[in-house]
Design a protein around this ligand. Structure first.
Ligand code: PGA
Ligand code: ZN
Length: 425
């Protein structure tokens, strides 16, 4: 039974305020969780409540903190911490808006996760076990963003994320080792080619070299993989997050890529060529956030080769995902707890995805904290996939380190490798 709920302001990885919630149960369980924060946020996401005004350049969270302490706490104290659906239902009810705008998605998500952690702690089990029980034994294949572009970096790359996918290994440990080796090899390659400032990192820990061309970034990944002694496509594949809503011009109906205006069909042709030329296994947000039809066309053309992932398209929203499933839009959903706001709704989205043969990729945000819930969620819900940045910057490595810990704790850890993708490229 929930005995105490308390929120406070902490800082995220970009130095902005965010919400931390601590839940204590009568069984002496303690759960602490932090709200992350996106930069390339989707239009349909839960709203972060920010104070406005002068302090923290308007990004203060004192109202969100107060909402937890004064509104949420009295409502959920006394409820059973193991009744996640009931607790989350209350949060949704007292908020009363479709996008968590009144209490704040940041207030709600930190509370929802802290309740689950407190329940797990009361039972004396890890969060992944609390969520998945004995079936929780699948480690996720990580998508590691090692070249940052878009709004996460100060360069001119239009696509936001260039990721390596160490799928050709038998264990999570070996996969991380190879990814780290490639990350360091890439650093050397970049330094030699573009000088020392090319290895400055972006928001998600990937390098932010002064590149302009998508193919240049992809060539660098392939080079780094080879120089690290691995086979591109055989052991280490590539994934992209175009985050295309960021360079879509709604007035003209075109995408501006490397200075050229491309329509939907030209974008699809671009992706087909890239998939033909590089060992790509996944492309996220290839088209802008309202184009369900375009995502369906992309699935017809590339769905047997790669994951076509909706992030801004679905915003971890069960209503939007079910619309996508009906129209065969893409074949995978990116899952961010703070996009929808509660753990229960997140679990619903993952279930819905799995029941309809969509993959679910548990994801961090570009603004993160030391909170490692998503590592446990990926294992607990057996998604087999996680996206949580480069193996650099503490808020990113915290998740990988937690997964290494979980891998060691599990009796029979399994690593799915290329089986979570439509094919080995
Ligand atoms: P965000 O980016 O956290 O800045 O929204 C992550 C993503 O687009 O996947
Ligand atoms: Zn994205």
């Amino acid at each position: 039974v929930i005995k105490d709920v308390k929120a406070r302001m902490i800082l995220d990885s970009r130095g902005n305020p965010t919400v931390q919630v601590r839940v204590v149960t009568e069984g002496l369980g303690i759960g602490v969780a932090n709200a992350p924060s996106g930069a390339s946020t989707g239009k349909h996401e839960a709203v972060e409540l920010r104070d406005g005004g002068k302090e923290f350049k308007g990004k203060g969270v004192s109202k969100a903190v107060e909402n937890v302490n004064k509104v949420i706490a009295p409502t959920i104290i006394g409820l059973n911490s193991r009744h996640q659906y009931e607790v989350d239902g209350k949060l949704i009810e007292i908020d009363g808006t479709p996008n968590k705008a009144r209490l704040g998605g940041n207030a709600i998500v930190a509370t929802s996760l802290a309740v689950a952690k407190a329940a797990a702690s009361t039972m004396g089990v890890p969060l992944y076990y609390y969520l998945g029980g004995r079936t929780a034994e699948l480690l996720p294949v990580p998508l590691l963003n090692i070249i940052n572009g878009g709004v996460h970096a100060g360069n001119k790359l239009d696509f936001q994320e260039f990721m390596i996918v160490p799928a050709g290994f038998n264990s999570f440990h070996d996969a991380i080792r190879a990814a780290v080796e490639v990350y360091h090899e890439l650093k050397t390659v970049l330094k030699n080619k573009y000088g020392p400032s090319a290895v400055n990192v972006g928001d998600e820990g990937g390098y932010a070299p002064p590149l302009e061309k998508i193919r240049d970034a992809l060539d660098l990944l392939v080079e780094a993989v080879k120089k690290a002694g691995y086979e591109p496509g055989g052991e280490i594949a590539i994934a992209l997050d175009a985050a295309s809503s960021q360079f879509y011009r709604e007035d003209k109906g075109v995408y501006v890529v490397e200075g050229r205006e491309l329509d939907r069909n030209e974008m699809l042709e671009l992706y087909e060529k890239l998939v033909g030329d590089y060992p790509i296994v996944s492309i996220e947000d290839p088209l802008y956030e309202e184009d369900f039809e375009g995502f369906a066309e992309m699935r017809r053309r590339l769905g047997d080769k790669i994951l076509i992932v909706g992030d801004d398209l679905f915003t971890t929203n069960p209503v939007r995902l079910s619309k996508g499933i009906e129209s065969n839009a893409g074949n995978a959903v990116l899952v961010k707890v703070n996009q929808i706001g509660t753990l229960s709704e997140t679990i619903e989205v993952v279930r819905m995805a799995h029941e309809n043969r969509y993959k679910a990729i548990i994801s961090h945000r570009s603004g993160e904290t030391e909170d490692t819930s998503i590592a446990d969620i990926a294992v607990g819900l057996s998604t087999g996939l996680i996206k949580t940045g480069a193996p650099g910057r503490g808020e990113r490595t915290a998740k990988y380190n937690r997964l290494l810990e979980i891998a060691e704790e599990l009796e029979k850890p399994r690593y799915p490798g290329f089986r979570v993708f439509p094919r080995k490229p």
